[in-house]
Design a protein around this ligand. Structure first.
Ligand code: KG4
Ligand code: ZN
Length: 347
């Protein structure tokens, strides 16, 4: 089965063709095209929703056309492309951006008479772990603990099967990625903060500042990152001139605080639920320090789990993950019933 997947929930316009067959436990990528308006948002030090939506309109059709071309599938005014389904992100995300993708997907489904599958963006992030990767021979075994750490969400989920995904806890305020982005801005690093803090932190000392690790010892599986931003702001305000060394030390210390909490709570969930796998997902999972720390703690805690993290290009927003989620969990829905839905529907 071939699926055209479209993702436009934020500042990336993405389309992909993926292929899966019922006997496979992972899908294959035939093409993946991403056009990002991130440079425009770097100028405004954050995303202005109206600007993001306008960029989506500009790029949506060229990106879809390029995805077909790269996959070697003909698409023209006369030829209906040989795909079996269309998968589309319906939320959460920026409404204007989402609508561009949704209306395009609905129109294509209508004129090409193709079934359409609505996909929750966070399910997409999880299913980036179910895409074929070179050098990965292990299979995800259930129950799995999933950490979704993106710009808008930080959630821990228990996945017992493809049809049984339960929410265990999440952030009470800012998401982990949001904390990286907000602190990055305070440090005058380019947007987005996450990758730039990671880069600056390489030259820094993570013990230079002792930032709070909110909720690290709480009995639940919740997170809170807004206090960290406030603490970082307080330290930054004390500094008369931010030089490279200070930015590096602050970056390393902030990054360490965020990683400590993410890893501690995820390991706690894995132990509690006797997980056989731990899956990372969302933009923050592109962070190498985070990945290495997970590997270290899994070993140290003698956890009998397999650890999965998507390929770097599939950690941040893309359409492959949306196609993958549609393949494993998707329900065909009449196009008239497909609308923006920013709610999460984990049980
Ligand atoms: O999943 P994603 O692409 O978009 C959302 O669904 O939100 O995540 C974007 C977030 C941003 O907050 C960005 O700063 C963060 O992921 N991020 C990182 C890294 N790369 C992206 N955070 C830490 N380290 C990174 N290397
Ligand atoms: Zn995302």
């Amino acid at each position: 089965m071939k699926i055209l997947a479209i993702e436009t929930s934020c500042d990336e316009t993405a389309a992909a063709i993926i292929q899966g067959s019922p006997k496979d436990s992972k899908v294959k990528v035939l093409s993946s095209i991403i056009s990002s308006s991130i440079k425009l948002h770097a100028k405004t030090e954050g995303i202005i929703p109206e600007t993001a939506a306008r960029e989506q309109i500009k790029y949506i059709l060229p990106v879809i056309e390029a995805a077909f071309m790269k996959a070697g599938i003909k698409m023209s005014e006369k030829k209906i492309p040989e795909i079996d389904r269309i998968a589309i992100t319906i939320g959460p995300g920026l409404i204007g951006s989402l609508l561009v993708g949704i209306e395009t997907a609905k129109t294509l489904a209508f004129i090409w008479k193709k079934p359409i599958i609505p996909v929750n963006h966070l399910f997409g992030h999880i299913y980036a772990n179910f895409v074929k990767q070179i050098n990965r021979k292990k299979e995800v075994e259930f129950p799995a603990i999933v950490l979704v750490a993106s710009g808008g969400h930080t959630d821990l989920l228990l996945m017992k099967s493809h049809s049984n995904i339960k929410w265990l806890g999440g952030t009470r305020d800012d998401a982990a990625g949001e904390a990286f982005d907000k602190i990055g801005r305070l440090l005058k690093l380019p947007y987005p903060g996450g990758p730039n803090i990671e880069k600056a932190a390489r030259k820094g000392n993570h013990t230079a500042y002792n930032f709070p690790r909110p909720l690290i010892g709480s009995s639940d599986l919740d997170f809170s990152f807004s206090g960290l931003k406030t603490a970082a702001k307080r330290e930054i305000n004390k500094i008369s001139k931010l030089n490279e060394k200070k930015v590096a030390d602050l970056s390393a210390s902030v990054q360490k605080a965020i990683i400590d909490v993410l890893v501690k709570k995820t390991i706690k969930a894995a132990k509690r639920e006797n997980a056989k796998s731990i899956l990372l997902s969302g933009g923050v999972s592109a962070n190498d320090k985070l990945i290495n720390r997970f590997l270290f703690e899994i070993d140290k805690n003698k956890l009998d789990v397999n650890f999965f993290v998507p390929e770097k290009r599939l950690c941040t927003d893309n359409a492959v993950m949306i196609g993958s989620a549609a393949f494993f969990t998707g329900r065909i829905t009449p196009w008239k019933d497909i609308n923006v839905n920013t709610e999460l529907y984990f049980t």
